[in-house]
Design a protein around this ligand. Sequence first.
Ligand code: FAD
Length: 515
Amino acid sequence: MARLKKVLIVGGGTAGWLAACYLAKAVSAVDPRSVQVHLVESPDIGLLGVGEATFPSIRGTLSAIGLDERRFLVGATATYKQGIHYRHWVRPPGAPGPDHFFHPFNVPSQRPGGPELLPYWLLGVAPAGMPFADAVSMQTTLVDHSRAPKRARDADYQGPMNHAFHFDAACFARVLAEHGQQALGVVRHEATVERTELDERGAIARVVTKEEGALTADLYVDCTGLRGALIGNAMQSPFRSRADVLFADRAVAMQVPYDTPDAPIASYTISTAQEAGWIWDIGLQKRRGVGYVYSSRHTDDQRAEEVFRRYVGPAGDALKAMHIKFETGYRPEHWRKNCVAVGLAGGFVEPLESTGIALVELATYMLTHLLPIDTDEMEGAARHFNEMMVARYDRIIDFIKMHYCLSQRRDSRFWIDNTDPASIPATLQDKLAKWKRRPPHRLDFVSDLEMFMTSSWQYVLYGMEFKTDLEPMRSAYPQVDAARHEFAMIQQAALRALDDLPDHRALVEQLCEEH
Ligand code: FAD
């Protein structure tokens, strides 16, 4: 039996530095000398540099690694995110009917002992025509009025409204790098890995760098991004494409300055559907991050850039657009022998619900908890890790596909193809068939395998105008008056919260000044 003493992380993007910080923090809590965490990053190979919207789990992760919130806001030029605003997803621009809906991070309100509101919303008890998210959560009203999810006096990463962050991915990696080295004892090597050498059992014996020669460890974490230099090139762990389900495989992106330095900052991601995909629009402190995610089977790069530039308008005229290629899919064996992939090296699902960094957090969390004490226990840990990751990916893919296949858009081949049953996983088809007769319930989900809670499925399902016919069950829902009262109370609470919560830009500026 050989004790696991050293972990080498290869790659210094978001995945590399988050993994390094989280692992170093966790092992230092046990015994600072037990496992050393090293990270090697190339001075020549850049980061992907996109990945600006996160998931609420990021608050727990940043808190766990002990990074001060004000320092994080300043360093990563971060802002707050309270959900996703979907435009033109249900129907194309100009078609009669609502053209947007909101997916808030707050779960639907439910008073202790009070009724669950969704069935009553489905039965028409809420004010006429009020969208589901607006009826059950005050967060739509708050973001419509540019409110932040918290106050300056709230503790780090806490606040009355559930939230995540938007940030500059490259700046975020730099803050984590500083924190990892200064506070958590991560050892950094600035070097490019040129090749990986295997031992007689097919495990990694060493990585060989241009600048420092050979580096060795007991466990190698591949965070080299889409290259997958260790897990793919050296360990030959195959990639399972899911491009048959999710068609987007390209992006064109830009960093767009605000018109004025005091322009309001949206505390939600805006996602606007287009003829062959959708455009993200993210408000950071000094600029917006904007990008068009599209399917190369349904449009070409030139047309995509034209559509994208039309969205951005004159603010983008002098700016160069960055083109990115990717594929939705994952490696069923994220962890093979003594090599585990975290981040893009392991897989990627198009960024519609910001699952990239959340999957990095999950992988890092699982790696930390499954980290074997002895290298002989690696195989069992790997099996467990791989099963969990595959289950998560497949459920995320179902959730993302649901956005596309419920759309009523038929104005381009992209939207028509998205409703082809052959492109809809059987697991998603089963869920949708069930939910025609009753709404999603938490028992439909295995919580440890899901990234999205029941409420997220509900917000998107009903935002996309899915029909659940509860009429035959009406008598099972007798608390009509209590539900009607609750719907009214939520609107009143929203008005009170407007007085309590500060303007989003004002809060970000205040917290940055206090740093
Ligand atoms: P990278 O950022 O590519 O970093 C790779 C690192 O490996 C770099 O430091 C590089 O120098 C190093 N490296 C590579 N090869 C070597 C070598 N041979 N030797 C030494 N070092 C090496 N995620 C979200 O959560 N939200 C989003 O909104 C979001 N939007 C996205 C939009 C697009 C179009 C794409 C493609 C992805 C998006 N993602 C998003 C995913 C997100 O960008 C990544 O999950 C995240 O940035 C992690 O990237 P990474 O660290 O794995 O890879």
